[in-house]
Design a protein around this ligand. Structure first.
Ligand code: MG
Length: 366
């Protein structure tokens, strides 16, 4: 007689959260924001004899939300029942406002739960999710508006020289100089694809004017030309932008309705698992994009996105974001470096394969 186990349980014994603030290597800015440091909120969940890790890039306020009220809803639950925990977490923050800090907090918890489940099953996370591909193409991302022309050329040209076939720079802080900076970048990267990100800095008409100028330098990706909250403005730019230039947005989509609203206003949907309610939310965003015939691009936090990006349909690429690459290389054992412009998972490691170097992290404790 064959015994079938129908109900597997791995009770979650403990959830821990910590925030670390890491200074940038230089002052950074984009079209609408300036910063000197980045805070990563790291969640660990223990159960079934294993420890899962998740994180979000946010503010220490997200760590406070994880500690209270989220922690009490996770401890004691079955690590195999992620959707039920996910529902409970979403309900719990209704009156706090689910988008924003609360969604980022839930994202870190959800990622830790997926990692724990894979580790309890002793599987790479991409195997648990179901791999759709063997590697994930990346694009180098930085080119901050605070950079000197020399630094801009060095960074973007360096990625292109390393075999990364597409790179992204920031625009929109001083629009009058944008076309010149884009020309410099084009000269530095040769035939690599060039992306620009305005972080919502332009008006719709201003965005059209710049799109035409950028087209002269073969820019193929125009990210957040106008505010992501302006769906009509995004759609206006998308409909009128030059052939061969895709309009993209989605990094500020926290909840499913945010993705629903942005579909129709973009040529490629971006999603960030550290904001959009975790790996669970990312998979659902990918399904929505697929249903609308749109490609998906992973936004920042490359180490966390590698495994879910191996599993989703219609993946276009994943962002190899300068700040997060630097932090993840510093803080995580199991950090995967790109080979020929793609990330290949280490299938000898269970879960997403990352371990926090706690001693190294301690000096950045927020
Ligand atoms: Mg962006």
């Amino acid at each position: 007689m064959v015994t079938v186990t129908r109900h597997v349980e791995a009770p979650i014994e403990q959830l821990d959260v910590a925030a670390y603030t890491i200074p940038t290597d230089a002052p950074e800015s984009d079209g609408t924001h300036e910063w000197n440091s980045t805070t990563i909120v790291v969640v660990h969940v223990e159960g079934g004899g294993k420890r899962g890790l998740g994180y979000t890039y946010s503010h220490a306020a997200a760590a406070a939300v994880v500690a209270d009220p989220l922690r009490a809803l996770v401890e004691g639950r079955d690590a195999f029942g992620i959707p039920s925990i996910w529902d409970a977490l979403g309900r719990q923050v209704r009156n706090l406002g689910r988008p924003g800090v609360a969604a980022s907090a839930i994202s870190a918890v959800d990622a830790a739960l997926w990692d724990l489940k894979a580790r309890v099953l002793d599987l790479p996370l991409c195997t648990l999710l179901g791999a759709a591909r063997e590697d994930v193409p990346i694009y180098g991302s930085g080119g901050f508006t605070s950079y000197s022309p020399a630094r801009l050329e060095e960074q973007l040209g360096g990625w292109a020289a390393d075999g990364i076939a597409r790179v992204k720079m920031k625009v929109g802080r001083e629009p009058a100089g944008d076309a010149d900076r884009v020309r410099l970048a084009r000269e530095a990267i040769g035939s690599a694809e060039l992306f620009v990100d305005a972080n919502g800095a332009y008006t719709p008409k201003q965005a059209l004017l710049h799109a035409e100028r950028f087209a002269e330098h073969e820019v193929t990706w125009l990210e957040e030309p106008v505010s992501s909250a302006d769906f009509a403005g995004l759609a206006f730019v998308r409909e009128r932008s030059p052939a061969g230039m895709d309009v993209a947005a989605g990094e500020y989509a926290y909840v499913p309705a945010d993705f629903r609203h942005i579909i129709g206003a973009v040529d490629c949907l971006q999603a960030d698992a550290t904001r959009c309610l975790g790996i669970t939310g990312f998979l659902r965003a990918a399904a929505l994009a697929d249903a609308h015939g749109l490609d998906l691009s992973g936004h920042t936090a490359p180490s966390l996105h590698l495994h879910p990006c191996l599993a989703v349909p219609r993946l276009r690429h994943l962002e190899w974001f300068h700040d997060h690459v630097r932090i993840e290389r510093l803080l995580f054992d199991g950090f995967v470096e790109p080979v020929a412009g793609s990330l290949h998972p280490d299938l000898s490691r269970a879960g997403h394969g990352l371990e926090l170097k706690e001693t190294d992290a301690e000096r950045f404790a927020a």
